[in-house]
Design a binder for this molecule. Structure first.
Ligand SMILES: [Zn+2]
Length: 537
């Protein structure tokens, strides 16, 4: 057959797949990178891997005038049958350690250097398997140079001159203020925090408030959490907070106390935000299952910095910069942090290399929310904005055992979200939504799970008609772009091909007989049409 008039053009997929050619950014929030002196994550030492942190019990005194913390921390541990040679915790240098008691005995010969605190367990008497270390220390924690991206404590004042103390340390991990294992693979099973401040300050914290004691002119707030929590998720604030309160009628078996911890000066506006937060939860519960922390609470806390997902105490510093989406007022920052209660806090990455499992999912959740309240067109508009922000300079997953600093870039948000958008097209709507719901709800432990991308791929493959390994690899581990070629091969006959893509990929194709979803095999697809078919019309 003689082929006449071969004409080729390439079209970059802008709507259903990725508009990677446009390197625009639209929100400064996602542009910043972690540039911390104390990156979090990476590899654990063998002795750290051997011990299991069961619980933290904090007794904290906060002295805002000195920007100083006085802490007694008891850590409940489970040790392996053969105890590790060295007990080793990540804890940045600079604190004064007053005492360290391990397994019921005071340890004098501990070492504390290079951001590590350790000691050799006594060899003549093996420690109990379930044991405890209690460390009493004090010091001035690092101040956050650029929260939340370069974290630490923020010692601020409200408009009336009262202290306003907050904390953000995702990039650094909890080791900037307490001894811990700098990993998400070992969360404690529970947490207690007793926090003492001068009256009349209020202290919101992780978990649920059990009691407040008055001790002379001080107040001691007793918080407990019955759930596992990442070290950077352990959080508190000190300020003239007003706990605006309500109840969330969760889809789960119980109602959940809901709070917005507001500075007095902003409480009128924040009454709206608490209602908005509850409404956002209702949408996410319908998509991802019940709110994960019913025994604790649902809460946001006003902060001087933009935001951060702190389990049961999300930081909110967006200053009411709402977006109007088809007549709906949306606080996208609060929405994004709320999505992390499922994606990041409940389902956590074991390795920061898989940061997109937090940020890509949270960003895509924004689009799902927009779709629910404003419809399909608004969803596509929203995703288009996210895709325009893709930079594609390095793969979303750029290695293994990476630190926060090595792993973090804007594409873990936007390209991660675009990947889920594409995966939805590949699986089809109802399979995708079913898959996503079960990714959140199939956890075997009530405190969630710690995962890597391979776990998510395994989960997706249980729903997909064919393994999606190649799709995952293409989107997440390469910076390659999709090019679509449409060649005229005969009268009214065209070949649609995807050069360099060696796995079948569905595309939306519109020929003279109408639009449909076509699987493009590696060799290309022949299609009859009067006139050039449109790809992704
Ligand atoms: Zn986020």
């Amino acid at each position: 057959m003689q082929v006449k008039g071969i004409k080729t053009f390439a079209k970059t997929l802008g709507i259903l797949l990725l508009a990677w050619l446009l390197f625009l950014t639209w929100r400064y929030y996602f542009k910043a990178s972690f540039g911390t002196d104390y990156p979090s994550g990476g590899r654990l030492t063998p002795s750290q891997r051997a011990m299991d942190i069961r619980a933290y019990h904090f007794d904290i005194h906060v002295k805002p005038e000195e920007k100083k913390l006085f802490i007694t921390l008891a850590i409940d541990l489970r040790l392996p049958q053969t105890p590790p040679d060295t007990m080793l915790f990540d804890f940045i240098d600079g604190y004064s350690i007053e005492s360290l008691v391990f397994n019921g005995r005071e340890v004098k010969n501990y070492f504390y250097t290079n951001n590590r605190l350790g000691w050799l367990p006594r060899t003549e008497k093996a420690p109990r398997r379930d044991t405890r270390v209690t460390i009493r220390y004090s010091g001035i924690p690092p101040e956050a140079p650029r929260p939340p991206w370069q974290g630490g404590f923020v010692w601020d004042k409200d408009s009336e001159g009262y202290h306003w103390v907050t904390l953000a340390c995702q990039g650094e991990g909890g080791k900037i203020w307490f001894p811990t294992k700098d990993t998400q693979t070992d969360k404690p099973d529970s947490l207690t925090m007793s926090i003492t401040v001068a009256a009349p300050y209020y202290v919101p914290a992780t978990g649920r408030l059990r009691a407040v004691d008055t001790l002379g002119d001080s107040l001691r707030y007793h918080w407990t959490s019955r759930y596992p929590v990442s070290s950077y998720g352990i959080n508190f604030g000190v300020g003239r907070y007003i706990p605006l309160s309500d109840t969330l009628n969760s889809r789960g078996p119980q109602t959940v106390p809901a709070f917005f911890y507001s500075l007095k000066e902003d409480s009128a506006e924040n009454v709206f935000l608490l209602q908005h937060l509850k409404q956002q939860v209702h949408v996410f519960e319908s998509l991802f299952g019940p709110y994960p922390w019913p025994d604790d609470k649902l809460a946001a806390m006003q902060t001087p910095y933009l935001g951060m997902e702190h389990q049961t105490l999300n930081a909110y510093g967006n200053r009411h910069r709402y977006e109007e989406i088809d007549g709906h007022t949306v606080d996208v920052l609060m929405l994004h942090e709320l999505a992390h209660e499922w994606w990041g806090n409940f389902i956590s990455t074991a390795d920061w290399a898989d940061f997109w499992l937090h940020e890509g999912f949270a960003t895509y959740s924004e689009a799902l929310y927009v779709e629910r309240i404003a419809g399909t067109t608004a969803y596509f508009d929203y995703m288009r904005r996210k895709m325009r922000a893709i930079r594609n300079r390095k793969p979303v997953i750029a290695g293994k055992n990476l630190s926060t600093t090595e792993a973090y870039n804007g594409d873990v948000y936007n390209k991660g979200a675009a990947f889920l958008h594409s995966l939805r097209f590949v699986l089809g709507d109802s399979l995708f939504k079913n898959m996503l719901y079960h990714w959140a709800t199939d956890s075997t432990t009530r405190g969630g799970k710690t995962v890597v991308t391979a776990d998510f791929l395994h989960h997706v493959n249980r729903y997909a008609s064919a393994p999606q390994d190649s799709l995952f690899h293409f989107f997440l581990k390469s910076t390659r772009r999709i090019e679509v070629h449409v060649d005229s091969v005969a009268a009214n006959c065209y070949r649609i091909s995807l050069p360099g893509i060696h796995f079948p990929l569905p595309l939306q194709v519109e020929g003279s007989s109408g639009a449909r979803k076509e699987i493009i095999p590696p060799g290309g697809l022949l299609m009859e049409s009067i006139g050039y078919p449109m790809i992704d019309p």
